[in-house]
Design a protein around this ligand. Structure first.
Ligand SMILES: [Ca+2]
Length: 594
């Protein structure tokens, strides 16, 4: 092994000093606080009143598309193609959560901007116009009475359209008051296509269309069970990310959803619909997303990266393929081959569907059916999938690996770094391993309290993988300018990962770390919290939401298949009710109705 001084690291010494100076001393945090691993359901606790939730971007798009398909089956493809660019005017939801990088769920975002209002206005206007002309489309939605020469039938014709289309758009029965209100823009008969377009656009901008308006059933303050239509929307938007289909709406109309048997039957039917798989893909994709993973092809063509990649050329889609693999793994154990959360954590199967990723794993690409097993003994489960190893540079990032595990998988809190701590990843040395560089940078003073105890060791366990996710037995050292190989450094994967903060056990490898994590209650409790956030669109309160958290955790503790765990939320009381503000005073949000 060749060792040389490392002049290009000189600038980073200042960062070490900064970190020590800022959070050192008696006030220094001593690492992340322990987080609860069990939730005791306290039936007297009342969950916080939900804010009036807006449909997420995805839910909004799906809803508009379903309404177009409902109104004009024959022209839906054409209409949706034409309005597609308008959706780009609506801002994407921000990821909001305990942390901006890890396990954030876009559904938590409630910020409403002028762009949302303008975007929805334009989409609604375009759909209204597209459904009203040519006359064949209007007749398909409203009947021949809307396009014939007889003005005498126009009032009834418009009212019928409002009842038929409004029921779907508002996701509840349409009242006479609704009809009187929504026909407003059309003025007095006779009505033409433009009148219909205005009425449709108004329905598509209604609060009941854009928000989850939930009043609950009467009479059980400070919480109230949802009514049948509200339940139908809860179910369809949770499991399908769109509005109720005809059968679900009919079950609400008949009152079946308010019976245990009728509700259970619909939950089973909804679960078995292919759309559920897509919605659960959203859950897994958002929870397991590694937002700090850079594009893998960003440095292709630079001497250092090309020397490191050694003949492998990442393409522009490799990052996406790596992230998709993680979601596919979770979906596989949920749907294709029912397994447990433990199975997902420890799975040794490759879900790489594309050659670029499969080549890094040295397995054939997966084309459905039974996925190939990893053949490398080092590759042992979720933490050793490329999405959590790769970086887009020639250098691994043990700190980022550790932070992901600590935050997204274990739900531990990590105090924010000092304001002037290193924002950039440590650079490669040509004499030291990445682990040694990181230890130099964070090994002193207050940095050590967090990094050394609770962050870095989790990342060191997978240092026997390079920054493309390939197994390595030693770290090749390069001249960063020329890419010339200047030596090697030994790999050291042993560390005290402190999955439980007071646990001093040493993990020698990724396999040891995976076993420690899978044997801890933490990832299961963490997943219960992640699923809560996805389901209810807000952060959990460990006391007031204890029952909903306990329901999911119980299903995990009992080793139920993921499919049962994910369905169990629909059976929980919290899913089927709404609560009112803290003191129990019932507040009915009627002001949003019109
Ligand atoms: Ca007419």
């Amino acid at each position: 092994m060749t060792r040389r001084p490392w002049p290009w690291l000189l600038g980073l010494g200042a960062l070490t000093g900064a970190c020590t100076g800022i959070i050192g001393g008696e006030d220094a945090p001593d690492g992340p606080g322990g987080t609860p691993t069990s939730f005791a359901c306290d039936a007297d606790q009342v969950p916080a009143a939900l804010p009036l939730r807006r449909l997420s971007h995805l839910q909004y798009r799906n809803t508009m598309a379903d309404l177009v398909r409902f109104a004009s089956p024959s022209a839906a493809v054409e209409i949706l193609g034409a309005i597609e660019p308008l959706f780009a005017q609506l801002p994407n939801d921000q990821r909001v959560g305990p942390d901006k990088h890890y396990a954030g769920f876009t559904r938590l975002d409630q910020a409403l901007q002028q762009q949302h209002v303008d975007g929805a206005y334009h989409v609604a206007g375009a759909i209204g116009a597209a459904l009203s002309a040519p006359p064949s489309r209007l007749a398909e939605l409203a009947g021949a009475c809307a396009t014939d020469a007889d003005a005498a039938n126009d009032d009834a014709c418009l009212d019928d359209m409002i009842r038929k289309f409004g029921e779907r758009a508002l996701r509840r029965p349409v009242t006479d008051e609704d009809v009187a209100f929504y026909r407003g823009p059309a003025g007095a008969a006779p009505f033409d296509a433009a009148d219909y377009a205005d009425v449709i656009a108004l329905l598509l901008n209604a609060p009941h269309t854009l928000y989850f308006v939930e009043h609950g059933q009467e009479g059980s303050d400070p919480t109230a069970p949802l009514d049948a239509y509200e339940l139908a929307s809860r179910l369809s938007y949770h499991f399908w990310q769109t509005l109720p289909d005809e059968q679900l709406f009919a079950a609400a109309q008949r009152g079946d959803l308010l019976t245990e048997a009728g509700y259970a039957a619909e939950v089973e039917r909804i679960w078995s619909d292919p759309r559920t798989r897509e919605a659960m893909g959203e859950l897994f994709g958002q929870w397991l997303d590694n937002t700090t993973l850079e594009e893998l092809d960003a440095r292709v063509g630079t001497p250092l990266f090309d020397a490191f990649a050694a003949g492998y050329t990442p393409g522009p889609d490799l990052r996406e393929h790596m992230l998709a693999e993680v979601t596919d793994a979770a979906l596989y154990y949920t749907f294709e081959n029912p397994g447990t959360f433990h199975d997902l954590l420890t799975s040794r199967k490759s879900f790489a569907r594309t050659e670029d990723l499969a080549a890094l794993y040295k397995v054939p690409a997966w084309s459905g059916g039974e996925p190939p097993d990893f053949t490398e003994p080092e590759r042992v489960g979720l933490l050793t999938r490329a999405a959590y190893l790769a970086t887009g540079s020639a250098n691994t990032r043990p700190i980022m690996k550790g932070v992901f595990i600590r935050k997204a998988l274990l739900c531990d809190e990590i105090p924010p770094p000092p304001p002037n701590a290193a924002a950039n990843p440590p650079q490669l040395s040509d004499t030291l391993s990445t682990r040694e560089v990181v230890e130099e940078l964070t090994g002193n003073g207050a940095c050590a309290a967090c990094h050394g105890v609770s962050i870095n060791p989790l990342g060191f366990a997978t240092e026997n993988f390079d920054s493309l996710g390939r197994v390595r037995t030693e770290q090749t050292l390069f001249d960063p300018e020329t890419g010339q190989v200047v030596g090697t450094a030994p790999i050291d994967t042993s560390a005290v990962p402190r999955v439980e903060l007071d646990d001093q056990q040493v993990a020698q490898s990724a396999a040891d770390l995976t076993n420690l994590i899978a044997a801890s209650e933490k990832p299961y409790a963490c997943f219960a919290r992640q699923y809560f956030r996805f389901t209810f669109g807000r952060l959990e309160d460990l006391d007031r939401d204890s029952c909903a958290l306990a329901d999911v955790k119980l299903a995990l503790d009992e080793g139920k298949p993921m499919a049962d765990v994910l369905r169990s939320i629909a059976r929980s009381k919290a899913f089927r009710m709404r609560s009112f503000e803290g003191d129990g005073a019932r507040r009915t949000p009627t002001q949003v109705d019109d």
